[in-house]
Design a protein around this ligand. Structure first.
Ligand code: GLN
Length: 486
């Protein structure tokens, strides 16, 4: 039972053939039927969502139109939606209720979108599979014995399983793109700064970005356009050029487009099935007159090390606020001293991956190691960004795999953190460079989907989506939906 794209629903709502209330009721029915298996959802407030839907219906009847008016949307549970609990996938936030709306959430609400659920995730968005959630992990709708990818696991599953046509995730090093590839949906990581981070729980602030998720580029452009725009509450926020083109995304003419293929991304380790899908996708570009040009990103081999040094350093600092004093869980087993209470709370409330990163990051930042690790990683980050800059002299966009393989079985990588980190080898470099990039469906291998990644120069987000739109007007992979039953 495919529920249709956001654009189908947009047209139905605008024509008066559909009501937002019926769409939202349908969404909750679907969650009730499927989520016992898929575990994508952590919290809902059905009465409130239905109330918002009825308000949207009144606005529609009064003739108001916005790109998202009346459309259901799912929010990753590290984004604040006031009045609902927010866990970030962690026990340490037990009992915490969001006291305000994230800027992106507020803008969606003002435009009449209907948040319907808070979605599962790896704890504090640290992970690549969804398995590091403190709760039952989300499952891949194409094969529930496999991971959906992370960290925005529940958000992507919600779109793939048709709970809602739109979702928000966050992408620090690949967390919307990797699950999108594993679950056959489309997801954008915008240029750093284009979407406000105010109200997104910080993991690694120099890397974190909110990312929209949907079946198609056209759909995610609807939510993206509503959320973009400078926010005084986020000092890194920047204006998105050509935002007005997002409400009705047109395909770019691919004729003459120079598509760069980073040689380091097509090397050993890429599963042959995934490679085959990429080759077929690239032929679609060529068929429209695009030119494939080899490019080199020579510092790629330092990207994983650089990312996991910088990310953990920022994690060590950002997560110090979860101390049992201000938010959520407070241990009472060692309440005799303040230090004892803080350390017991963190020990009880935080999971193993989060602890690993806090320890590694604290080590990197400590006296004597700071220069050797943190400062060195900052320098490597500059070189990685410079590689992309040079490549964009020869190419208009870059195309690459999203991940070396397809969705893996539960437990396959949890004993080996390094193997888990390597799932991100193609998604962290662009995050370090702050560039816009997206993952879109490229087909199936061994019964599982895999995506292709497109990467653009800074602030070329709109054109990148127009390229994706062109590809999706020529292919049907993104229309494939999983067969699901309760
Ligand atoms: N998998 C990467 C990590 O664990 C990326 C996570 C993310 O983008 N939030 O850090």
């Amino acid at each position: 039972m495919a529920l249709g794209t956001a654009m189908d629903w947009r047209e139905g709502l605008d024509a008066g053939d559909l009501s937002s209330e019926s769409l939202v009721r349908g969404a909750f029915d679907r969650i009730r039927t499927l989520d016992g298996t898929l575990h994508a959802v952590l919290a809902t407030d059905e009465a409130r969502s239905l109330d918002l839907a009825r308000k949207a219906d009144r606005r529609l009847r009064a003739g108001e139109r916005t790109p998202v008016l009346g459309l259901p949307i799912v929010l990753k549970d590290n984004l604040h939606w006031s009045g609902l609990p927010m866990t970030c996938g962690s026990r340490v936030l037990d009992g915490y209720v969001a006291p305000y709306d994230a800027t992106v959430v507020r803008r969606l609400l003002e435009a009449g979108a209907i948040p319907i659920a808070k979605a599962n995730l790896d704890e504090f968005a640290m992970g690549s599979s969804g398995e590091y959630s403190a709760f039952d992990p989300a499952r891949n709708p194409w094969d529930p014995t496999r991971v959906p990818g992370g960290s925005s696991s529940g958000s992507v599953v919600a779109v793939a399983a048709g709970y809602a046509p739109l979702a928000l995730g966050s992408d620090t090093g690949g967390s919307v793109r990797l699950p999108a590839s594993f679950c056959n949906v489309t997801a954008l990581r915008p240029t750093y700064g284009v979407l406000s981070r105010y109200g997104l729980t910080a993991m690694a602030s120099s890397l974190d970005q909110v990312g929209p998720i949907a079946a198609t580029a056209t759909d995610l452009a609807l939510a993206f356009g509503v959320m973009a725009g400078v926010d005084p509450m986020d000092s890194t926020s920047v204006e998105l050029p050509h935002r007005e083109r997002l409400a009705d995304l047109r395909p770019l003419d691919l004729n003459g487009l120079r598509v760069g293929l980073p040689e380091e991304y097509f090397a050993d380790g890429l599963e042959p099935g995934v490679r085959g899908l990429l080759d077929a996708a690239l032929r679609v570009f060529e068929g429209q007159g695009a030119r494939l040009v080899p490019v080199s990103l020579p510092h790629t081999r330092y990207a994983i090390d650089t990312y996991y040094l910088l990310c953990t350093s920022e994690v060590s600092s950002n997560l110090s606020r979860f101390d049992g004093v201000r938010y959520g869980l407070r241990s009472n087993s060692a309440a005799s001293t303040l230090a004892g209470m803080i350390s017991e709370t963190r020990d009880e409330g935080l999971g193993p991956e989060v602890k690993r990163r806090i320890l590694l990051g604290t080590f990197c930042l400590s006296r004597g190691y700071y220069d050797a690790f943190y400062l060195k990683a900052l320098k490597a980050r500059t070189l990685i960004a410079a590689d992309f800059h040079a490549a964009f002299a020869q190419a208009d966009i870059l195309a690459s795999p999203v991940s070396p393989g397809t969705a893996f079985p539960f437990g396959a990588k949890t004993d080996d953190p390094l193997a888990m980190y390597l799932a991100d080898v193609f998604t962290v470099p662009t995050a370090l460079a702050g560039l816009p990039c997206l993952s879109m469906p490229a087909g199936f291998t061994g019964g599982l989907p895999a995506g292709i990644q497109l990467i653009g120069p800074a602030l070329s987000d709109v054109r990148l989506l127009e390229v994706a739109r062109a590809f999706q007007s020529l292919t049907r992979h993104h229309l494939e939906t999983p067969t699901l039953s309760a």
